[in-house]
Design a protein around this ligand. Sequence first.
Ligand code: BG6
Length: 491
Amino acid sequence: MTSRLIPVPPFVLTVFGATGDLSRRKLIPALFHRDADGQIPEEALIIGVSRRAMTDAEFRAFAHQALTDHIPAAELKEPELERFLGRLSYVAADADAEPGWSELATRVANAGDMIPVYYLATAPHLFGPICERLGKYGLAEKGRVVIEKPIGKDLSSAVALNEQVGRIFPEERVYRIDHYLGKETVQNLMALRFANALFEPLWNNAHIDHVQITVAEALGVEERAGYYDTAGAMRDMVQNHMLQLLCLVAMEPPASLDADAVRDEKLKVLRALKPIADHNMAQLTVRGQYRAGASAGGAVPGYLEELGSTRSETETFVAVKAELENWRWAGVPFYLRTGKRLASRVSEIVIGFRHVPHSVFGDAVGAIEPNRLVIRLQPDEGVKLWLMIKDPGPGGIRLTHVPLDMSFAKAFKVRNPDAYERLILDVVRGNQTLFMRRDEVEAAWKWVDPILQAWRGAKEPPRPYTAGTWGPSASIALIERDGRTWLEDGA
Ligand code: BG6
């Protein structure tokens, strides 16, 4: 075991939806990695649950395949693989029927004092029924429950869902995952802000001109089109991941990293968001939908073709000019944009500082560009600080804009763990700092709901954009109207 790893107490993790996509792509590989690093205690058990009839051996074979598909062969070594697969067992059970539940209850009871964790990797309409049965079979008493977005499709459905879960599990044992909060660089945002004395004095409207948050994906919706068409980019990305990023950039320094200290500060940010509704929606938001185009050098279909439909008003792109109504941030726009099938996969936060108040250099030296801090979330995680320096050489002063550039992969030669590796073990540790509290989720919907309503009311279809571009031209106009420009790829 590496000494830097914090061990976790023994646990019995039940994964509902164990044969589904999330379990296969993320949960099983994440658990394997933590186990292979020696962080999972010897006794810990993992129980897969889904409706499909399967033996323990068949579930182990399923998990083995998931690991082979998602982890490089060189990392899948014995004896780690055998140890991991040996922890797995399987129970077939349906959220809406009794068979299987007593068996599950017996297996969890046999685990004795180990911490029971229930991961609901299922469709959200099953969260309520599963929680009810967990309650009925006496499984909820000490257990922790993990749920994922979408938590509702608007405020009222989110409240209803939170209430269903809350009837069985008290809030301190509900873990709402936003996997962006588990990303390495997102954590680094907190380190950057609160472990350096340098930035915090400048972190306000006196020194910051604007903030940009881009989460761009090159992929389309592909086989998720069915779900995606009921959600769209606003519900899928902005209501959760993008607003969480905004919170981490904009929150006041919490007194500690204690879960409620952090979540109280994030909540204040969400509550300070200036409302966007019918009257200002057209000036402050842009929605788009991709048409056929090119991505990674090949032709790709449009959204409607992927959906297999001739008509859909679902947005695959959103840009929003958000503002915070508080003393620290009044007058500083937060430009958010996210979309599928954009020019490249890049997620980054750009903190644009103000111009120098006066240039002592005269006109001949080239423009003085404002400083920028770019926090790159993915790919190639890192931080760039753009500064003006003198171009080297004789012949007087010429100025040039250069980055202090730190790529984490080059600086630290370690594997970048997936967000789920950290988050699952945080549940076992009982650390809720990186999970969303009920009031945060509901506050985010309070801001998003009127935007969705205004879009519906306007009856305008999303603006088309060609796959492989940076979205509809209106999103460029959204920022350029303010004399600013979107910055791409760490520029
Ligand atoms: C998910 C969304 O929450 O996040 C997906 O539902 C999106 O549509 C994904 O593709 C992006 O996550 P990541 O970690 O690949 O940036």
